[in-house]
Design a protein around this ligand. Structure first.
Ligand code: TRP
Ligand code: SF4
Length: 327
């Protein structure tokens, strides 16, 4: 049987925005149709940088998983769980840490880069250095064939492959070497034209109301070269249009193109059309989110059930691991 298993984790950062939706989640939705998927909240990975500030993690997991479910990640198709609920991740992490040369971790470019980017934090910890070892455990615990990741995660995945190879070399063939499924994520622009990001304060969230979204669209930057209403504009230079055109029908796009270039429509009126297209596209996801929010135990049940399913696989792998290492 060909191995069609996928594993992917996301560190819990709270409520998700449209950047996540059009990037990682759109990809997960595709994958869950074709593969056996394991999607998890990587809360232990959050500890590598947030060890001194753990108050928000539990709530962030709930918010994040609520958004996954609302956007269509389906517990009937995929196993949705929380890393810290499956203790075998920690167990395998320990064993892999015994066979991982420190030099592999120290030369990891993502490690150096993150340490520089987060210079205000003391990241000279054992756990932070070992981030890729825990990630390797996450992946090979389920014997995943493929791992959807962005460019930034490729060095980590290379370490996962090296660790799997080394384990097999030392103790016999237990793990397949997982391949990266490189996902090209479209750059989704935020309200101000920079990349959409929670930390820039320029994001549109599923968890906000339709009216909040409308207001945000109305505040979006347009074509900055169109100074007066009578100046012709260009949708290709318009930040609002770059986000919202995904939601417009072909005929709406055509009409806006003509009207903008011919200065026949003002940006306020145009953005009203765009906002309505966005709001109606999000409506089904929003009502799903409301439904789930009204039933808090539903998310807990889904996570508990997913964690049980994940633990079944994980304990079978650990049985093989212990047999292989004879300890
Ligand atoms: N490191 C990943 C990130 O920051 C999250 C992650 C943890 C992950 N374990 C994983 C992704 C296993 C894929 C597979 O995005
Ligand atoms: Fe953008 Fe519409 Fe204004 Fe053209 S008319 S610049 S597409 S908001």
């Amino acid at each position: 049987m060909i191995n069609r298993r996928i594993v992917s984790g996301m560190r819990p950062t709270g409520k998700l925005h449209l950047g996540h939706f059009h990037g990682v989640l759109a990809n997960w939705l595709e994958l869950q149709r074709e593969y056996e998927c394991f999607f998890f909240a990587a809360d232990w990975h959050s500890l590598t940088t947030e060890y001194n500030n753990t108050d928000g993690i539990a709530e962030s997991i709930r918010d994040m998983v609520l958004d996954w479910l609302s956007f269509g990640i389906d517990p009937g198709k995929s196993t949705i769980f929380c890393q810290s609920a499956v203790h075998q991740h920690a167990e395998l992490n320990l064993i892999l840490s015994m066979i991982t040369p420190v030099s592999w971790l120290e030369r990891n470019p993502t490690y150096k880069e993150m340490q520089e980017n987060l210079a205000a934090k003391d990241l000279s910890t054992f756990g932070f250095l070992g981030y890729p070892v825990l990630m390797a455990a996450d992946i090979i615990l389920y014997k995943a064939a493929r791992v959807p990741v962005g460019h930034d995660q490729l060095p980590h995945l290379e370490i996962t492959r090296e660790i799997a190879r080394r384990f097999n070399y030392l103790y016999g063939e237990v793990f397949p070497e997982p391949e990266a499924l490189l996902t090209e994520t479209p750059k989704v622009l935020g309200l101000d034209g920079r990349k959409m990001s929670k930390s820039y304060g320029n994001a549109i969230f599923l968890s906000e109301t339709a009216d909040e979204t409308r207001k945000k669209v109305m505040s979006m930057v347009t074509d900055t070269q169109r100074v007066r209403r009578s100046d012709p504009g260009e949708p290709d230079r318009c930040v609002a249009y770059s986000l919202n055109n995904i939601y417009l029908t072909e005929s709406q796009k055509e009409e806006i193109g003509v009207a903008c270039r011919g200065a026949q429509i003002g940006c306020v009126d145009c953005k009203k059309i765009q906002a309505e297209a966005l709001v109606s596209a999000l409506a089904p996801f929003r009502s799903r989110r409301e439904e789930l929010t009204a039933n808090p135990s539903m998310v807990d049940d889904i996570l508990a059930d997913g964690s049980r399913r994940a633990a079944r696989q994980a304990s079978e792998t650990m049985r093989q691991v212990r047999e292989a290492i004879k300890v």
